[in-house]
Write a protein that binds this ligand. Sequence first.
Ligand code: FES
Length: 348
Amino acid sequence: MTEKIELKINGLSVTADSGMTILDAALRKGIYIPHLCHHRQLEPIGACRLCLVEIQGEWKKTVISCKTLVKEGMVVLTETPEIQKIRQINVELIVADHDTDCLNCFQNTKCALQRVADHVGMDKKRLDRLKKPDKLLPIDDSNPFFTFNPNRCVLCGICVRTCDEIQNIQAIDFVHRGLGTKVAGFGDRPRLESNCESCGECIVRCPVGALTEKDAVRPTHQVKTICAFCGCGCGVVLGVRDNKLVSARGDLGNKASKGRLCVKGRFGYKFVNHPDRLTSPMVKKDGNFVEVGWDEALDLVADNFAKNKGDKFAGISSAKATNEDNYVFQKFTRAVMGTNNIDHCARL
Ligand code: FES
């Protein structure tokens, strides 16, 4: 059983699990500590220096709460004049280097930087002094599914760590140094030339609007279901607007996938409403495909199966089908069609 730790944050009694950071304990209790580079699924790196807190008593010091573990009897203050002063300068430096065209950003109102700036507040005069001309760094539009806008990036490294720690791909990293630092593929090459697998896990975790899905549309309602692409059974939440699928995201509550999706599950939903999608059987007649009813199509298939029994026949089963359907299909191939020519797409 996990050992419980009692501490005080801003005078409130907090019970945390041993091994937890002060930031996680505070957030679980509903106490907001500003943060940008923290993500609960990733190793902390302490890059943004916004999550400062003051520890009182025998351990008295100012620390970053995303890397400091809770201790029994600890007394923590998250808001003091000294912390406020440091945080405000940190926020102003980040905002001064950030594209502030928020109304044209898909993350507007959902942006972690907006929340931090709103909480901490900024000194307008100092910000005006710090503000640099817009960076206008080239946007990486090379990936077919998403766009990376370095002018909106806060260099929190969440995308880099997601690609490394969660996906184990290491397609991106920080390139250049100092003011020129940015996230890119190896050798500052575009995403498409890296070994990015387009899973989109980095987009999900980007706290600002630097990584966004192309043609993103906000749904009016969402439907929880299971991804239909393979047999893994990943949970997917599909977004619907005007009776069309407009988005897909991982279902955090699904025990098989825990919120993660691959490129197919995340971006492969557009076929559903595609005008070229076949919605009824087609049979070739006089060299042209014509629409027919299901009875006619299935009779044709059954007749041709009957004429092609034995080793002339081969079946490839599908990972989209259930275990039971796959079992029945191999049984059908062996017992009815009289051949062992049966395989499965997942063996590839
Ligand atoms: Fe702790 Fe960024 S969240 S340093």
